[in-house]
Design a protein. Structure first.
Ligand code: PLP
Length: 395
């Protein structure tokens, strides 16, 4: 759906917000609609994406991995090579530039593992504006390095000590700040989630991934048979899928099955959740019978979210996209296999997509092609992987 005027993808999406936020959201939508097709805005954003973030990213034929598996040719969309090491900068540059056009003096954001916080701090430093980031207290201790990074980048980090002291509480706190400081503050959301127009806007900023894949595949006279991306909030996946919707490719989003879907220690929202309302949107959620959000788990902090972007919920129900999941164990195997065959260390988030590609490749013909979005690099994850290996006494 190009731009759903009512902000609905079928029954999903919408705008479940307190009255005090309505003017701010309307102002945001008005400005997004004004600038998204504005030639000067697009030129300026393209410039930063190119010379600051490092676009276009290569589409790499993973020859060693493909030959090892003996099936389809696997192509990796190298978002891991972007500045900051992940796709998140595509969105933070877009929204920071928009905030500047809106003359907002102050940018706030939420962050879970700290990746979005760092990407926000970078974009704000580059474009010369101030950032403040809300982060769960528990996440701050788990992801200390990213807290230091944000501090170095001149960004203030607010510890959130309410609730579970993690991402969903940080979002609640950021929304509270926004309500209080609506006039001069821009809320920079980190994934294709939240009230309309955030899911569409973040998708559009991330769609640069899918458009590049389209033209890069065209150059080698191919259309992908299968396209795979990991799904946390769903921004790298929707940015990959949306521009390729007209290509008859099979699309697969991969969620975190953690310790297994039956263990309840997972964050596979679409695979095992049910519709409800959270953070301003109607979407699939992990919730109990009373509608309380349940605890999530994933070996990758970036996929550890109990909701998902509403456009994915819609594509799940229309079956335009399939949603599968990968367990922590599958993910570690995929991480090691890509690292050792190609010399590319993938983020644990991205390793979910690699795990699915490995499964699919084994069932496909050599003439077919699979495109996998490698959303980020895994330098941040090597300690986590080592810990996992020590625990499981592999190697
Ligand atoms: C944050 C992150 C994700 C998950 O976010 P989406 O909005 O689902 O894309 C995936 N991969 C990496 C490397 C990340 O940093």
């Amino acid at each position: 759906m190009k731009y759903p005027k009512d902000g609905r993808f079928g029954e999903f999406g919408g705008r479940y917000i307190p009255e005090t936020l309505v003017p701010a959201i309307e102002e945001l939508e008005e400005n997004y609609l004004k600038f998204k097709d504005d030639q000067r805005f697009k030129k300026e954003l393209d410039y930063y994406l190119k010379v600051y973030a490092g676009r276009p990213t290569p589409l790499y034929y993973a020859k060693n991995l493909s030959e090892k598996l003996g099936g389809a040719r696997i192509y990796l969309k190298r978002e891991d090579l972007l500045h900051g090491g992940a796709h998140k900068i595509n969105n933070t540059l877009g929204q920071t530039l928009l905030a500047k056009k809106m003359h907002k003096k102050r940018i706030i954001a939420e962050t879970g593992a700290g990746q979005h916080g760092v990407a926000t701090a970078m974009a704000c430093a580059a474009l010369g504006t101030k950032a403040e980031v809300y982060m769960g207290h528990k996440d701050m201790t788990r992801q200390e390095l990213n807290v230091f990074r944000m501090n170095m980048l001149g960004c203030k980090v607010h510890p959130v000590k309410s609730g579970s002291k993690t991402l969903k509480d940080a979002i609640n706190e950021a929304i509270r700040d926004w309500i209080t400081n609506v006039k001069n503050t821009y809320y920079l959301l980190g994934s294709a989630v939240g009230p309309h127009p955030y899911p569409v806007m973040v998708r559009d900023f991330q769609s640069v991934i899918g458009y590049e894949i389209k033209s890069q595949m065209k150059k080698i006279n191919k259309t992908p048979d299968v396209v795979i991306a990991c799904v946390g909030g769903g921004s790298n996946a929707i940015g990959t899928f949306y521009p390729l919707m007209d290509q008859n490719s099979e699309m697969i989003g991969v969620e975190a099955a953690g310790k297994g879907l039956r263990s309840k220690m997972h964050s596979a929202t679409l695979s095992s959740g049910s519709p409800g309302v959270l953070h301003g949107m109607m979407t699939y959620l992990l919730q109990d019978d009373e509608g309380q959000i349940t605890k999530t788990h994933s070996i990758s902090a970036g996929l550890d979210y109990p909701g998902v972007g509403p456009e994915h919920s819609y594509y799940k129900d229309t079956q335009q996209v399939k949603y599968h999941s990968a367990t922590d164990a599958d993910v570690i195997d995929a991480f090691l296999m890509l690292t050792r065959t190609e010399g590319i260390i993938p983020a644990l988030e991205s390793s979910h997509a690699i795990a699915e590609a490995i499964k699919v490749a084994r069932k496909t013909k050599r003439s077919e092609s699979i495109v996998v979005t490698l959303s980020g690099r895994g330098d941040k994850d090597v300690q986590e992987v080592q810990k996992y290996l020590n625990r499981h006494e592999q190697n």
